[in-house]
Design a binder for this molecule. Structure first.
Ligand SMILES: [Zn+2]
Length: 127
């Protein structure tokens, strides 16, 4: 699959469009085992906050937060598709839904690694 250095991503209905700066392709494509991601099932990759721009539909994004209320999960209010979230383990990054990238079939990435979100690094006691 071809990942452009500047790659558009959109929700299903097209209300929300993102522009991602991806000079090195997909950074750390993965699924996550946390209570949210295991229901969502999306493959995500990481970008710095400055490398994700919402170019259409910012007012059509819903925000979902849970548990520690640190991560910010965004989804299209019209079609319900998860587009991206600001990460809890690295708040300087967003993770985004690889399936939203234009022209990309996320199933071609399989198998992807599993991030151990159910044992979140921020919840681990540091000795
Ligand atoms: Zn939508």
């Amino acid at each position: 699959m071809k990942i452009n250095k500047l790659h558009k991503a959109s929700c299903h209905c097209g209300s929300v469009v993102l522009e991602l700066t991806l000079p090195n392709g997909l950074d750390d494509p993965r699924r996550c085992s946390c209570s949210m991601c295991r229901k969502r099932g999306a493959i995500v990759a990481s970008v710095l906050l400055a490398d994700l721009k919402i170019i259409k539909g910012e007012d059509n994004l819903g925000l979902y937060q849970f548990n520690t209320m640190q991560a910010k999960h965004y989804f299209c209010k019209t079609c319900g598709i998860y587009t991206h979230h600001q990460r809890r383990s690295n708040p300087h990054q967003f993770a985004f839904n690889v399936a939203c990238l234009e022209g990309v079939n996320p199933y071609e990435l399989e198998p992807v690694k599993m991030y151990d979100g159910i044992h979140h690094p921020n919840d681990t006691v540091k000795l």
